[in-house]
Write a protein that binds this ligand. Sequence first.
Ligand SMILES: *[C@@H]1O[C@H](CO)[C@@H](O)[C@H](O)[C@H]1NC(C)=O
Ligand SMILES: *[C@@H]1O[C@H](CO)[C@@H](O)[C@H](O)[C@H]1NC(C)=O
Ligand SMILES: *[C@@H]1O[C@H](CO)[C@@H](O)[C@H](O)[C@H]1NC(C)=O
Ligand SMILES: *[C@@H]1O[C@H](CO)[C@@H](O)[C@H](O)[C@H]1NC(C)=O
Length: 960
Amino acid sequence: MGRCSLAFVALSTCLLIGYSIAVGPYEWMGRDNFDLVMEKMISVNEKNCMELSIDSLRLPVNSLGQVPKFNILPQIVIFPNRTKLIHLHNMALNRGYFYSYILQRLNTSEFDFPMLPGFMYYYLSAAATVTSAPGLLNGSAILFDTDCQYANWFPTILNFNTTLPLFGPKAWRLDDYQDNVNWLREPTNHTIIIEDLGSGPDHNYTARWHRLNPLFLYDPDPRIKIDFIPDRRTDFQGKHQYDFNIYCANSTGVMCKLPNTTRNFFGPPSPGIQETYQPVYFSRPYFDCGRTNMWVVTSVGPVVDVMMRYSQAINLLRPRYVAVSTSDIDFRRIDFDPCARSVDSSDYTYFSGVARCGPTTLCEPLPGYGFQRGGYMCHCLPGFRYPYWQNGPFLGRDIEQASDPESKQFECIPVKWRIQRLTQSGTSTSGTGAKRRRRRSASDVKLLVQLMRLYNASSMSELELRAGEHDRLDKEAAVKAKRANSGVLKYVNLAKSAVGNAVSYLVNATVAVVNSTAQPAAKRQLEPRHPLPEATQRLLDERKSRVKRTIDTSADYGEQNIYYLGRLSSFAPDRYNAVKALIDQTIAITPETCGSTPPDKLVLPGEVGFGADKQFEVQARTALRLAHFLSAFQQNVNPDEIYGGLRGDKFLNEHQIYGEVFSNVMADQWILSSGVYFDRDSFSNPETNRKLEFFGPTAYKIGSEQRTDQKQRELSFIAEDAAGWPSSRAYYEKDWFKVLKERWASNTYGLEKFVTKPYVRFDLNGTSSKPFQRFPIYYRAPRFEDVYWSKPYFDCNPNKDPNRRSLSAWVITASVPFFGISPYKTLQFMGVVAVTVPLSKMDINMCPSNFYEANFFKNTAPCHFDTTYCVPIIQNRFALQNYKCECRQGYEYPFNDISIWFHAGGTVSQNYEKMMNNEQNYYRMLTCREGSASSLLPTMAVLIVGALAAWLSSLTSVQC
Ligand SMILES: *[C@@H]1O[C@H](CO)[C@@H](O)[C@H](O)[C@H]1NC(C)=O
Ligand SMILES: *[C@@H]1O[C@H](CO)[C@@H](O)[C@H](O)[C@H]1NC(C)=O
Ligand SMILES: *[C@@H]1O[C@H](CO)[C@@H](O)[C@H](O)[C@H]1NC(C)=O
Ligand SMILES: *[C@@H]1O[C@H](CO)[C@@H](O)[C@H](O)[C@H]1NC(C)=O
């Protein structure tokens, strides 16, 4: 890409002369905000960042657009260009919920104090957040406010009711190319460094003078609003109280009837749509000086605790923000919207208008480009079409490489003679009463060709060729047909006019309508009545196939080549019926009827879930994060560890795991339930020192029935121990458990190895930091590709059993294994982490795709593939309309619509179905017609030709 090399050149000049200007390589590219930001970004590096002012270390406040907001997330469509920011948002929130939960769950006495997370928990939890999201997250931290951490890992030197001055474990990915064990000298991306930001020189990160503080801990700008610590909110508005009920298992297969725990805790807020505050805010992009030395964006959410915790004076207890939970992402990986937006639009950012689309086109951002030029495409405006050489929209990356003369070529041509969209009554007359048109004589064709000469000299030769070919075929066909059977001659003639005239694309709109409706009507007449002689039939077939144009280009659209018109462009009517039946089946099953439905009807084929790994990536990574954490923790924790005053963590206890599954469900709008399912005898309860046969804490997004208040019900959650599920639905018999166990129990080959380098504080006040006793710490954990996706199924409660919790919806479960250490010091499969997501949020891709893609819905979009191609669209809906049919190269959208230039999937599917049911429809009109103009500018000649052609067609197309 020209831009990258430019950046490189600019960077090297910068190093040479110490100053540089970013400009486009060609004159037509004016200097814009992107260039200004590039200049700023390349002028800062790890050597000079310490000396630069705060303002040169950060980008303008409005550099980020469309940041996720907690209260509107459930109502918007999630596009792929926001997935990374949503993961960033959810991870900050997830840790915020978890630490709020656990700090208040175990805060009563000296007895439960040791069971709170120790320093290893904080360290490895932050590390797992980073290692489970390569390419998404670069860092994760919990930063406590002054005197808010009652640390339990200094039992001999810190009294249990006293606090550490500051505590801020932060993990980030390290460029390890210089490690002496890294022979390849290539970053592995698997090395994590964890430091306590509250130790070392200048460690008071909460102080105003501190470098970090203005960058992401505190930013009072109303568009940013990060001010969680120190907590100045005296009201309870920003601290919601959540209820939770936990049902235990009496023994394997026996569930408790009543919840054994009913409590509540204060956590990050969960604002309704009216409220103006959010639980998570995003910093402006800043240079992370001295750590990653990259431009990053940080999401910041609060952690709530009841302070002063062990004070005798109960009336002093109040919830307050004690810490912030943060996650970082490389700014260059965030997609931005380069299209022009009006200043008062909510999508307006610093980069609006950076795209270089021409005035006849409409700009649309493309996902996956990050902070790079060219992440957009230019569609023709409604009422315009592409010049004949252009296949599909103009791509930004082509435009950004265009030289000065080339830059004018990315314009569209106006479409003449547009059709008013027909109403229901309009279709009925033209659909039924169509009779065949008078055949156009050879002299007509000559006249048309003459007109065309006037119209555009450059396309003349092609037209002449086509007209000549048309005549020749006409003659040939007539001769052959005469020879075969004079009786069928009339069919042949009929077919010839029906199958399409080579010059029909010259005629104006009215004819196009008549033509497209008349065609199939004529065919229908042709087919059944008398069987045609074989030779004639072959001839007819031959004619049909000759008329079809094949276009074969290599233009691509993201990963997939959708303009390709070879074998891929097919529509399978029987598949459509199967798909329709499947959708009907999913709709027919409701929580009321599912009990009486045969079990095999409650499971859909696995191919239905095709694409879930992309759409639910954020949710699956939440499960992966927990699997990474459980693996890291169980492979490394040692309660007997002593390092100066520091003590190792206790083993995992059930409160921590319940906290983890609760926070998975609470921090993500699409996770309906989440669980950690231990294999047989893998979990032992450190409180009772007893091994549990099975243990499966599962949290649900189901409000407590006792709550009548709607808002409070949204803030209440339920969990249960899945070990109590009856043996008919035991979790160790579910495919999402069994398949993973079969794969991983005997063979752990293929796990990824991660290296963490923890630094701990040297003394209580953190005057300096030192490497931990065991340094580095290793753990092995699964990759994202190891996530198992279940078939879509209906989670049913057949007998309405009040002691059974079910989601009563079509769902998909994603599960991922975690590993500990066996008594023989080998890696051991310990269980799986699962999240369950709603099928109703999944988009169906009905467009043609590669033969090896196991997509149930492939080839079921009833687009007219001879003139259109299919583009999937994202709506977060499980319905047969997530596509559009756009015009192919050389074709134009014939209707006079002000806002669209394609046939929307909903309309196409609906009309196709009506046609199959012999109802009134205009399916046949949902095509594109051959483009008729190739000149960029409408001239007088065009207008004359238009008038002539209109007059001519009124002559030639006399019908009835
Ligand atoms: C901590 O507890 C001890 C007794 O257990 C008490 O004397 C002391 O005042 C407490 N300190 C604080 C800071 O609450
Ligand atoms: C590490 O990450 C970089 C940037 O995403 C990538 O280019 C590189 O291939 C990765 N290295 C490995 C060994 O996967
Ligand atoms: C850090 O700075 C803040 C603000 O200056 C101050 O209130 C706090 O006591 C300091 N904390 C430490 C541990 O010095
Ligand atoms: C993300 O994609 C959608 C759909 O194409 C678009 O409407 C939106 O503006 C894009 N957002 C950004 C920030 O690029």
